[in-house]
Structures are given as structure tokens and as C-alpha cells.
Design a protein around this ligand. Structure first.
Ligand SMILES: *Cc1c(COP(=O)(O)O)cnc(C)c1O
Length: 407
């Protein structure tokens, strides 16, 4: 299997991990040829996660904007509320083939941790999720969910006590326990074979879009728009259209609070090529190659790296990159809620926001597909703050006093 996408990708890891990555690659190659694996994966996607997810014609939104037709691929209807469950299930099945007993992961905001803990419970693995102490403080609801799912959340107290330190802790664990442990990586990032494997698992999104749109419109979309953190939902939506030159692919990054370094997560055009966390790609980094701080209102897009294949597709100009600010994303959540009755995740709202700008510039026969990577339930607290909902804070105060906390 190819380990690079042009000059990007590869496996820049400590030598101790090379056998584990080779074992994983071989198990994956084997699984791809195995009808039993395919059936088991399809069965879980259908009967556990709820695939296929619907492709919804956003009639009200389309009429409101008066331009291209907008379709929404609702990945938020997956079990656990986002696309992440798909590559978690795929990897867990590979880990099972390898006879592994334990899944480990790192998580920043906790979404990937929750998806990993979920598949661990379902498929019978022990599970440890590494999380920076700072993130544990900020993301208590997801810590709670992971623990309810039976996972151990291991606090990481060194460095900045956030995601990149959790990555280091997880890698250390993997090196020490590689015999019985699979490191479940949460996007199309990291060393080979993770970017390829996770892309393949997620590519079902694009093949469903293709089929669903053929049934309703009888044609290919003119645009596919997806938000880009590490890039798994975007690669999922894009992969099946890369060969179709007429289909424009747009990745939407987090413009955050503004253009200053540290205020956003726009790898394009601000990032530069480097090797971090085991792979070569564009990163937001300083001149010493240390990762820069990033910011986005949506935790899932708040990441300094990007999948290596997306770096290549960027250089080849096959995928265009744009950015959307925090405020525009919040606005897009509001518009979509009120026109289509869908409260989308803040990450996905970045893609929606771009579509709101794009649609009116196109004629009515054009078709835009927006990938809604997740649903917005998880953003309750952030949205309450963004919409300055005072009643929500009164509710929280009341709730706390009923519990007798802080009195
Ligand atoms: C994690 C997450 C993302 C970002 O991850 P990708 O790998 O870029 O897809 C986007 N949307 C939602 C809802 C997420 O949970």
C-alpha cells in the first residue's frame, strides 16, 4: 500500500512502533479482501450506527437564498451524533482481527474519546482515553459520557495539558503495550496507514451522496462542501468525487476570531510543511517546528495539522480551501435551525456558512451538497453563551442550588 500522498504522509515514528504499523497495515490489506469483514462492518454501520444517513433537499433554505439547490448530507444522525463512529468501528474491527484486547485514544474536546469508548463497549475492548488536564476541566460532559461508557479517562498533567500532550501520552502507552493494544486514531492524520484506512472507512459518505443524488436529481453535484479539522469527514465526502472534474470540492477551515496567529486554525494559507505527530503535512507551526496555538469556537476544527492527502489535493488545486469565522458559524447554526429544523454541529456550520455565501452566486440548476458532519446537541453550552441566553444561566444556577453545590 502507498504510504505517501505525493510528498506528504509517511510514517515518522519511533522505530519501536514500526512493527505495530506494519502489522496494522497488513491486517487492513487482509480485511479489505475478506467478505466477512465487509459484511460485519456493513452490519454495524447499518444496524448500530444507522446508515445510510439521509441526503436532505434543503427546500426552504434554497428558496430563501434564491440560487443553487442545497442538499444536506446528515451525518449527525449517526449513533453518537457525528461521522466519527464510522472510522472507530472500522478500526475496532481491525483490532479484533489482530487479537487486541484494549483500545487507547487521545482526545481534545472529547468527541473522539466518546466515539472510541462507544465502540470499545460495543465490541468488548478495555479502553483508556488520554486527555489533558485542562481539557478535562473544560469538557466535563464528555468525560462523564466516556466514564459511563466504561472507559478510563487518563488525565495528562505535563506540557500545556491539552491535546498534543495527550497524543504523546497515548504514543507512550502504545509503545509500552503494543502487544495487546490498538491505538485508535481519530481522523485522516497520523502515520501510515491511518490516513488511508480512515479515508477508506469514511468514503461511504461520498458513495451514499452519489447514489442518493442520482435518485433525486439524476446527476452529480456541482459542489461538495465540508468542514476540515483533521479532514476525515471531508475526505469521506470528497473521495468518491475526486475523479469527476466537474465536481468542485471545497474544504472549510476555522477562521476563528480573526487572522492573527493563535486566533484561528487555517492551515491554508498560514501553515507550512513539516513533520509532526508521525506524518508530513501542512501545520500551523513556529520556525522551530513547534505547533502553534489554534482557536476555533468548534472544538473539532481546533487542530494545527491536516490530513496529508488534503495537503496534496490542496497543492494540486483539486480541493479549494476557504475559511469561516466563529461568528459566521454561529449565525449559520441559527439560519439552518430556523429554515430546515436542523441544529447542526458548530464544525458543520462552517460548511453551511460557506454554502450560504455560495448558493446565491450560482444559477438555480446548480447543486451544492453540504456535509453536515455532526449534530449540535453537544454544543448546548457554547451555543447558550454565543446566543447570550440569560435564562439558560438562571436554569444552571437553579440546578446547582438544588443540588446543594457551592452552598
Ligand atoms: C471531530 C469533528 C470534526 C472534525 O474532524 P474531521 O476529521 O476534520 O472530520 C468535524 N465535525 C464534527 C461534528 C466532529 O465531531
Amino acid at each position: 500500500m502507498k504510504s505517501h500522498f505525493g510528498k506528504y504522509g509517511g510514517a515518522y515514528v519511533p522505530e519501536m512502533l514500526i512493527p505495530a504499523l506494519e502489522e496494522l497495515e497488513n491486517a487492513y490489506i487482509d480485511a479489505k479482501k475478506d467478505k466477512k469483514f465487509e459484511k460485519e462492518f456493513e452490519d454495524l454501520l447499518k444496524n448500530y450506527s444507522g446508515r445510510p444517513t439521509p441526503l436532505i433537499f434543503a427546500k426552504n433554505l434554497t428558496e430563501k437564498l434564491g440560487g443553487a439547490k442545497i442538499y444536506l448530507k446528515n451525518e449527525g444522525l449517526n449513533h453518537t451524533g457525528a461521522h466519527k463512529i464510522t472510522h472507530c468501528l472500522g478500526q475496532a474491527l481491525i483490532a479484533k482481527r489482530l487479537g487486541k484486547k484494549r483500545l487507547i485514544a487521545e482526545t481534545g474536546a472529547g468527541q473522539h474519546g466518546v466515539a472510541t469508548a462507544t465502540v470499545a463497549a460495543k465490541l468488548g475492548f478495555a479502553c483508556t482515553v488520554y486527555m489533558g488536564e485542562e481539557d478535562i476541566k473544560r469538557q466535563r460532559p464528555n468525560v462523564f459520557l466516556m466514564e459511563r461508557l466504561g472507559a478510563k479517562v487518563a488525565p495528562v498533567g505535563f506540557g500545556s495539558k491539552t491535546l498534543k500532550d495527550a497524543v504523546n501520552a497515548a504514543i507512550k502507552d502504545w509503545i509500552e503495550n503494543v502487544e495487546d493494544t490498538h491505538y485508535l486514531l481519530g481522523s485522516v492524520v497520523g502515520p501510515h496507514p491511518f490516513p488511508t484506512m480512515n479515508r477508506d472507512f469514511q468514503s461511504i459518505v461520498g458513495s451514499e451522496i452519489r447514489k442518493q443524488l442520482r435518485e433525486t436529481e439524476g446527476l452529480l453535484p456541482d459542489y461538495v462542501v465540508a468542514c476540515v479539522g483533521g479532514g476525515s469527514n471531508a475526505m469521506g465526502a470528497f473521495t468518491n468525487f475526486i475523479k469527476d472534474k466537474s465536481v468542485k470540492l471545497i474544504g472549510v477551515e476555522a477562521g476563528g476570531r480573526g487572522k492573527k496567529i493563535g486566533d484561528n486554525a487555517t492551515r491554508f494559507p498560514t501553515g507550512s510543511v513539516g513533520v509532526v505527530e508521525g506524518y508530513k503535512s501542512y501545520f500551523l507551526q513556529d520556525s522551530d517546528g513547534q505547533l502553534q496555538k489554534t482557536h476555533s469556537i468548534s472544538a473539532g476544527l481546533d487542530y494545527p495539522g491536516i490530513g496529508p492527502e488534503l495537503s496534496l489535493l490542496h497543492d494540486k488545486k483539486r480541493v479549494g480551501f476557504v475559511s469561516v469565522t466563529d461568528m459566521e458559524a454561529v449565525e449559520a447554526v441559527d439560519v439552518l435551525s430556523k429554515t430546515e429544523g436542523i441544529i447542526t454541529a458548530l464544525e458543520s456550520a462552517h460548511a453551511v456558512s460557506y454554502a450560504l455565501k455560495l448558493a446565491p452566486t450560482l444559477s438555480k440548476e446548480k447543486v451544492i451538497v453540504v456535509n453536515l458532519s455532526g449534530r449540535g446537541d453537544k454544543d448546548l453550552f457554547i451555543l447558550a453563551k454565543a446566543f447570550n441566553d440569560k435564562k439558560f444561566y438562571e436554569f444552571l444556577k437553579e440546578y446547582i442550588s438544588e443540588l446543594g453545590i457551592g452552598s
